[in-house]
Design a protein around this ligand. Structure first.
Ligand SMILES: *Cc1c(COP(=O)(O)O)cnc(C)c1O
Length: 543
C-alpha cells in the first residue's frame, strides 16, 4: 500500500497548479484539447453524439467507489463516453425543442468559471463576477425597457427559479409577513392554461397549494383569454379572496404564444382601484423564451437593414408589437439557455423595483459568517446560498459576442427558416399548421391520411364534438408518423422533430397531438426543411 503522501503527490498533478508552472499548465491545456478531440470524434452525419447505447440503470445502481483512483486520462475518456446518444443541439436536423446550441464564447465562460469557482453569495468571494451579474442585469433591463438604476437582477436555477422568486415576492405583497409567519391563507395565481407547468411546482413548493393556480383558457392564438382572466379575477376579489400574482407567458413553451402583458397590468391596476385593495397583485412576465426578441424593438422594419424576407419581417414585427408593455411587468424571467445560446443553466430574474427583492431579506444577524466586507450581498435574500458564476459569465459572453445585430441575425434566421418550413407545409394538402398565428421559430402541424379534406378538418376538430372519434384517430395517426420520422432520423435519413401530446385542448376537453419543428440551430438551411417535408410525403405513402 503506498503511503498517503505518495498518493497525494500523484493527485496534486490532477489539480491546476496554484502558482504558474508552465509545464504543468500546458499539460492541463493538452488534457482539455485531447478531450475535445475525442468529443469531435463522436460527430457523424447523425444529429446525435456517438450512438445511442442502452441505458442500463440496473448496472448503474451497482456502482461503488473504487479503492483506487484512475488516471486523469482514463477518467477524461470515460467522461467523454457519457455524451453518447445526446442530441447535437446545433445540428440542422435537430428540431426537437427549445434547446439552442451553446457558443464557443459561452463554453470559455464555463471553463474559466469552473476554474476559479466564484460564489455569488457575496462579492468578497465573487469579485468581478458580481460586476458581471450587475452588467448582465443592466444590459437586459435596458432591453426590456426597465430603468437599470432602479431595477435589479439575479441569476437563479432556471425559469422555474425565476417563477419561484416572483411568486415569493408576490406572496409577500398579498400576504405581508408570510415569509416569517408562514402562508396561512389562500391567494390566487392567475396564468394561462398554456403557461408552463412550473406554476404548479411553485404553488406547491411555496406552501400555497396547487389548488390556488387558476389556469385560464386561451384563444385561437393560444394567448390567455383576457375576458376570462378578468371574470375569474373579479370572482376571486368579489368573494373576498386575494390575488397573489398575474403571470403572463411571453413565448409559451410549445408554440410561442405571447400574452398581452400591457392589458394584464392595466387589468390589475383597474381591479386595485375598483376593489380598493391595500396591496397590488404582482405581475410576472414569464418571458424565458420571448425576452430575446426585444433586440428587435428599435429595428427599422421599412428599411429592413439586415435583409430579412418580407414574411420574416412580418413575423418579427408582430412579435415585437406583443412585447410592448413588457416593461410594465413587476418582474421578468429570462433564460439564456432557451434563446440566448448558452449551456444550461443560465437564468436571470429581473425585478422592476430592486426594493422587491428586499422583501425576501433576512437580517445580517442570521448569517454571522458572511458579509463582513464588500457591498454586494445578494446572499441576504437569495434562495440559494452558494450560486455559480458560470451561468452569469456565459450570458455575458454571448451578449458581448453577439451585440444587438448578432442576436437579431440569429433569431431572425430561426424565424426565417420557420417561415420557409411553413410555406413548404402549406403547399402540401394533407398537412395543416396548427399554430398558424404564432410567429416564433416553432411550427406545430398535423398530418392527415389521404383523402381527408384538410381545409376544414382541423377547424372541425376544434369545434365539433361529433368529430371526436376522428380527432382521436388523427391523433394516433400523427403519433405513428412521429415514430416513423424518429426512426428515420436516427438512421440519418431525416430530421429529428418534437411531438406535443397536447398542443391544446379542444373546448370539450380532448388533447390535440401535433408534430413540432423547433428551429434553434443557426445551421439550418432550406434544404433541411425540404428534406423534412419530402420525408413526411414518403411516410404518407407508406402509412
Ligand atoms: C422552459 C420554460 C420554463 C422553465 O424553465 P427552466 O429553465 O427549464 O426551469 C418556464 N416557462 C416557460 C414558458 C418555459 O418555456
Amino acid at each position: 500500500m503506498p503511503t498517503y503522501q505518495s498518493i497525494l503527490n500523484e493527485l496534486r498533478r490532477s489539480f491546476p497548479q496554484p502558482t504558474s508552472d508552465r509545464i504543468h499548465d500546458s499539460y492541463v491545456t493538452h488534457t482539455v484539447m485531447r478531450v475535445l478531440d475525442q468529443v469531435d470524434a463522436l460527430k457523424s452525419e447523425l444529429p446525435i453524439w456517438g450512438s445511442k447505447l442502452p441505458l442500463d440503470y440496473e448496472l448503474a445502481r451497482q456502482s461503488r467507489l473504487h479503492w483506487e483512483g484512475k488516471s486523469l486520462e482514463e477518467v477524461s475518456s470515460e467522461l467523454v463516453s457519457y455524451l453518447n446518444g445526446l442530441n447535437i443541439w446545433g445540428h440542422p436536423k435537430t428540431q426537437i425543442n427549445i434547446c439552442p446550441p451553446p457558443t464557443v464564447a459561452s463554453l470559455v465562460a464555463q471553463v474559466i468559471s469552473g476554474l476559479a469557482s466564484p460564489n455569488l453569495v457575496w462579492d468578497e468571494v465573487s469579485q468581478r463576477f458580481a460586476l458581471a451579474e450587475v452588467e448582465v442585469a443592466s444590459i437586459v433591463s435596458e432591453l426590456m425597457g426597465y430603468d437599470s438604476q432602479t431595477s435589479a437582477g439575479i441569476f437563479t436555477f432556471g425559469g422555474t427559479g425565476c417563477t419561484l422568486y416572483a411568486h415569493r415576492i408576490a406572496l409577500e405583497k398579498a400576504l405581508p409577513g408570510s415569509l416569517k409567519e408562514g402562508v396561512r391563507q389562500d391567494a390566487a395565481i392567475l396564468v394561462s392554461a398554456n403557461g408552463h407547468y412550473c406554476k404548479l411546482t411553485v404553488a406547491g413548493w411555496l406552501g400555497l397549494g396547487q389548488k390556488n393556480v387558476h389556469a385560464i383558457p386561451t384563444d385561437a392564438r393560444n394567448q390567455i383569454r383576457l375576458d376570462l382572466l378578468e371574470e375569474r379575477a373579479r370572482e376571486i376579489l368579489a368573494g373576498g379572496g386575494k390575488i397573489a400574482c398575474f403571470m403572463a407567458t411571453v413565448g409559451t413553451t410549445d408554440c410561442f404564444a405571447l400574452d398581452d402583458v400591457e392589458a394584464i397590468v392595466r387589468l390589475r391596476d383597474r381591479l386595485v382601484q375598483e376593489f380598493s385593495l391595500d396591496y397590488s397583485p404582482h405581475v410576472h412576465a414569464d418571458a424565458v423564451i420571448g425576452w430575446a426578441w426585444s433586440v428587435f424593438r428599435d429595428y427599422q422594419w421599412e428599411a429592413n437593414p439586415l435583409g430579412f424576407r418580407p414574411r420574416t419581417v412580418r413575423a418579427l414585427a408582430a412579435t415585437v408589437e406583443r412585447l410592448a408593455g413588457l416593461e410594465l411587468a413587476d418582474s421578468i424571467g429570462i433564460d439564456f439557455h432557451k434563446t440566448g445560446f448558452t449551456p444550461y443553466v443560465s437564468s436571470l430574474l429581473l425585478v422592476k423595483e430592486s426594493q422587491d427583492l428586499r422583501r425576501l431579506g433576512r437580517g445580517y444577524e442570521e448569517m454571522p459568517y458572511l458579509f463582513q466586507t464588500g457591498e454586494y450581498h445578494p446572499g441576504l435574500f437569495t434562495l440559494e446560498t452558494s450560486r455559480s458564476g458560470s451561468g452569469i459569465l456565459s450570458a455575458l459572453a454571448n451578449l458581448r459576442l453577439f451585440g444587438r445585430t448578432g442576436l437579431q441575425s440569429l433569431l431572425g434566421h430561426l424565424v426565417e427558416k420557420a417561415q420557409v418550413l411553413r410555406e413548404l407545409l402549406e403547399a402540401r394538402p394533407y398537412l395543416t399548421i396548427v399554430n398558424r398565428d404564432n410567429f416564433g421559430p416553432v411550427t406545430l402541424f398535423r398530418a392527415y391520411p389521404n383523402g381527408i379534406d384538410t381545409f376544414r378538418v382541423h377547424e372541425r376538430e376544434l369545434t365539433d364534438p361529433a368529430f371526436a372519434e376522428q380527432l382521436v384517430a388523427h391523433n394516433e395517426y400523427n403519433r405513428r408518423l412521429s415514430r416513423f420520422l424518429h426512426t428515420e432520423a436516427m438512421s440519418g435519413r431525416g430530421v429529428l422533430l418534437g411531438q406535443s401530446d397536447c398542443f391544446r385542448l379542444t373546448p370539450f376537453g380532448l388533447p390535440i397531438v401535433a408534430l413540432k419543428s423547433y428551429i434553434t440551430s443557426p445551421f439550418v438551411e432550406d434544404l433541411h426543411l425540404e428534406q423534412l417535408v419530402e420525408k413526411i410525403a414518403q411516410a404518407q405513402r407508406l402509412m
